[in-house]
Every structure is written in C-alpha cells, then in structure tokens.
Design a protein around this ligand. Structure first.
Ligand code: IPM
Ligand code: MN
Length: 351
C-alpha cells in the first residue's frame, strides 16, 4: 500500500518524539511492503517564527490531501507567560482541528502489565483498566463566543453546543460501545449547565437506536473522582471538549505516565494522530522524552487504515521494550534510562 502521511512535528519535544514514530513506521513499511511518503509541514510556535502564523494555509493543504496526519505537540513557554500575545501556538491546533473537521478525539486509557506499579494508584484498582474517552473536539467553550467587556474588567467564554454536534459525537460513542462491552457513559454537568441538558436530551433520544447499549449519565465532578477511584467502572465515555481535556490528563495517571497515551482525532475527512502529552518544553532538545505515546499513535493510524497486523506489530514491540526495560527516564527503574532516540532505534530494530 502507498501511504501519504503529513508530518507535523510542532514544538518542544514534538520533533524528537515524531522522529521515533517515523523510524518505527518506516520499519513497519519495510516489513509489510508498504511505501510511506512523509510530507513535513510547519505548525505551532515553529510556524509562527517561520511565517507568522501557527497553522499556515500551506500546512492545511498538506494535511487535507494526506491519507493521515501524524502530529507531535504544540506550545511554547514564551507565549504562556504573555497573556497579551496576539498570535499563540495553540490557536494553530484549534484552527487545524476545526478546518480538518476533527470533531471526535479518541483517547484510550489502558495499563501496561510491566508498568502497573509506576502508577501512584493501587494495583488492584487499575489493573485491567481499558476505557476510551471520546472527547468532542470542535465545539463547546473552546470555540464559543469570548471576549472582554467593562473596559477589560470582565471576561467571558461561552459554552455553546448544537444538537448535531452532540449527535455525531454520540453516534461514534454508541458505535464504539457496540464493538466493545456495550457500555456508554455520558459525562456532563446537566445539574447546572443548559448545554449539558441538551447533551442528555440528545443522547437519551438516541438510546432507542442502540437497544443493546447500556447508557449511564454522570456528572463530570463525580466522574473526576470515580475515574481514579475505580476506572474499571468505565468503558466508552462521551463528553464535551473542556471536560474531556481535563479528564484525559487525569486518566493518564492510571497508565503511569503522560508519555504513554496515544490519541486519534477523527472527522469526516482525514484523521490526525497525536500523543496526548503536550510540548513539555523543559525536556525539549534533551533526548529524554518518552516517544511511546507518539509511537502508539502511529499504531492507531495503521489500525484505522485497516492495517491491523501492522498496528499489532507496533503494540507488541512497545510491550517488549517495556518488559525489557528499554525505556526513557519517566518510567525507568533504578536509574537505568535510555534516551528518546535509543528507544526509537531499539523499537525499529525489533520490528
Ligand atoms: C490537548 C491540549 C490542547 C487542548 C491545548 C494544547 C490547546 O491540552 O490536546 O489536550 O486543550 O485541547
Ligand atoms: Mn489537554
């Protein structure tokens, strides 16, 4: 198979972890007789520095015409500490999600047998966790009306949802639940927010189309507690953009490191694959970041292109590296840590 993949390394540790995913994917291509044509393009602070905006039209062209997009991370501390900055790297990410129509963000949470004790949570609570948070990605408070009034003394962000936005996300959730344990949890704040009441109303109306799926409705604050208390209670969860952003960072604690969790963002056209960790500027350029989240994102990419053996080969080699301790410092035992690039080389060599 011939694959055209857009490669958006982005900022911070993005380029380093992306390099390892490329090595691994190329090894997969060689083994399974595929041809991957990588097209690099600029995003984030790197794009602001080069052309003055974080998601240039050229980059959009590259993404829109690719079979898939592999993405690293976006963000730079020089913007975080400057609330008056007019152009911010994160705007590029939001623009990209919107322009590519990536309305559903699939964030799985699972444990790795060899890393269970890396989690600050007790083994018996997390062992066997296997859940998916399906986060709405192109609506809600991230995209609602925002601004200042009263001469800057009042600021507002609006959480707006339209029924069709909830329906298309929920549809993916129901379909996913049908392929798994047929359990779906709608996470909202319907005791307070009108937009959440529209979520509940919409999802309730869809229940009749999926009679086999057992649907529960829970408030996001309670879920924040239950998720780390008893994650095995959950399978597929659907939720609004901001709630999903917060809950997925929380859920990464279950797996033991933010450096492990992959994600995909899907819509009607091309899909995008990225680690859930951010740009981790403190580690940038040091060759210490964990590349596994990005490597596992590449596995999700192959899986979605119906290349399941290829995806499984990646997951297998990742598990092998963890079992044999070929890992970066965030998950290393007793100080024996490998560099980002060494882990990537080992994975590629062991495909
Ligand atoms: C994520 C990130 C982004 C988000 C930031 C970088 C804008 O935290 O992908 O979860 O909030 O969506
Ligand atoms: Mn986030």
């Amino acid at each position: 198979m011939k694959l055209n993949i857009a490669l958006l390394a982005g900022d911070g540790i993005g380029p380093e972890v992306i390099d390892q995913a490329v090595k691994v994917s190329n090894a997969i291509a060689k083994k399974f007789n595929h041809e991957i044509n990588w097209t690099p393009a600029l995003t984030g602070a790197a794009a602001i520095d080069a052309v003055g905006e974080p998601y240039p039209d050229d980059t959009h062209e590259v993404c829109a015409s690719a079979d898939a997009v592999l993405f690293g991370a976006i963000g730079h501390p020089r913007f975080d500490n400057d609330p008056s900055a007019k152009v911010r790297p994160e705007q590029g990410l939001l623009k990209m999600r919107q322009k590519l129509g990536l309305f559903a963000n699939v964030r799985p949470t699972f444990t790795f047998p060899s890393l269970i004790d890396k989690s600050p949570l007790k083994r018996e609570r997390i062992e066997g966790t296997d859940l998916i948070i399906l986060r709405e990605l192109t609506g809600g408070v991230y995209f609602g009306e925002r601004g200042r009034k009263d001469e800057g003394e009042t600021a507002f962000d609006t959480m707006t949802y339209q029924r069709f936005e909830i329906q298309r996300l929920a549809k993916k959730g129901f379909e996913m639940a049908m392929k798994r344990s047929k359990k779906l949890c709608c996470v909202d704040k319907a005791n307070v927010l009108e937009s959440s009441r529209l979520w509940r109303e919409t999802v309730q109306a869809m229940e009749k189309d999926y009679p086999e799926v057992e649907v529960s409705y829970e408030f996001v604050d309670a879920v924040a507690m239950r998720l780390v208390q008893w994650p095995k209670a959950y399978d597929v969860m659907i939720t609004a953009n901001l709630f999903g952003d917060i809950l997925t960072d929380e859920a990464s604690v279950i797996s033991g490191s933010m450096g492990l969790m992959p994600s995909s963002s899907v819509g009607s056209k091309v899909s995008l694959y990225e680690p859930i960790h951010g740009s981790y500027p403190q580690a940038a350029g040091k060759d210490i970041a964990n590349p596994l989240a990005t490597v596992l994102s590449a596995a999700m990419l192959f899986e979605d292109l119906d290349l399941s053996d290829e995806a499984q080969a990646i997951r297998d080699v990742v598990n092998k590296s963890l079992a044999e301790g070929i890992v970066t410092e965030d998950v290393a035992e007793d100080g024996k840590a490998y560099k980002t690039s060494e882990v990537g080389d080992w994975l590629a060599a062991n495909i």
